[in-house]
Write a new protein. Structure first.
Ligand SMILES: [Mg+2]
Length: 242
């Protein structure tokens, strides 16, 4: 991606010194586990709701709970318990509660599976830029995934936030003492990794993942001078080397 400036061609993001990297579904598989968990939950609650009704009830509970519980597996587990309580009422079998808790525990113990090429891409990027992991969700679970990934040594800083919005990114850059024009974010979520970063005046690279939570998607992400769209994380080091 090359823009033509006053002094001739200028490489995309050539002034960028710090690269933020998303974790879930950018470096390692995540949303697929939630899709699997939904199917398990649908099996546990099949007596009282079909999958469509379950999805609607779950969505409504998430709307209420996200601002209070935040993101991640623990929040999902509590929400699933709330859904089971609503669907069964006082007849909720202890066995169903137990299995929902067991489902949450098993998700928190799921081995970390890096996406193809993620390790090489991060290692290559770390030779040219200061890397910061920027992720949201459970503090304990995200730290577990980072250390299990074997990639922790490539990051100069790890930021686990409640919400990846403009305020959170502005605070991160202030803390790192980095100018907005020198920061670039790479991630799969338009809502968390791209839109707030562009709004701030920084750069962004969108690397979509086939399974992305409905809350993380923007229907039509507009083109932008400071946005590049790639198909794989492995293309990012070449893009940023110009
Ligand atoms: Mg992500």
């Amino acid at each position: 991606v090359v823009a033509v400036g006053e002094d001739g061609p200028v490489s995309f993001a050539s002034g960028v010194s710090v690269v933020g990297v998303d974790g879930d579904d950018t470096l390692w598989r995540c949303e697929d586990h939630f899709v699997d968990a939904f199917h398990t939950l649908a099996g546990l609650l099949s007596e009282v709701a079909d999958p469509d009704r379950l999805e609607a009830v779950l969505r409504r509970h998430e709307d209420d709970n996200l601002p209070i519980f935040g993101y991640g597996v623990k929040a999902f587990t509590l929400t699933a318990l709330g859904v089971a309580h609503e669907l069964y009422g006082d007849a909720l079998p202890a066995k169903v509660s137990r299995e929902i808790l067991a489902l949450g525990r098993s998700m928190l113990a799921t081995p970390v599976e890096l996406l193809p090429g993620a390790a090489d891409a991060v290692a290559a990027l770390a030779t040219s830029h200061r890397l910061v992991l920027v992720t949201k969700g459970d503090l304990v679970d995200q730290r577990r995934k980072l250390f299990a990934s074997g990639l922790a040594r490539h990051f100069v800083h790890v930021e686990i936030v409640a919400e990846k919005d403009e305020t959170a990114y502005a605070e991160l850059l202030r803390m790192l003492d980095v100018d907005r024009s020198e920061f670039l974010m790479v991630g799969n979520s338009e809502v968390s990794d791209i839109v707030p970063v562009l709004a701030l005046g920084s750069w962004a690279v969108h690397v979509p993942y086939p399974t992305t939570w409905i809350r993380e998607r923007v229907e039509h992400l507009a083109d932008h001078d400071r946005l590049a769209r790639l198909t794989a994380l492995t293309e990012v080091p070449d893009l940023l080397r110009g």
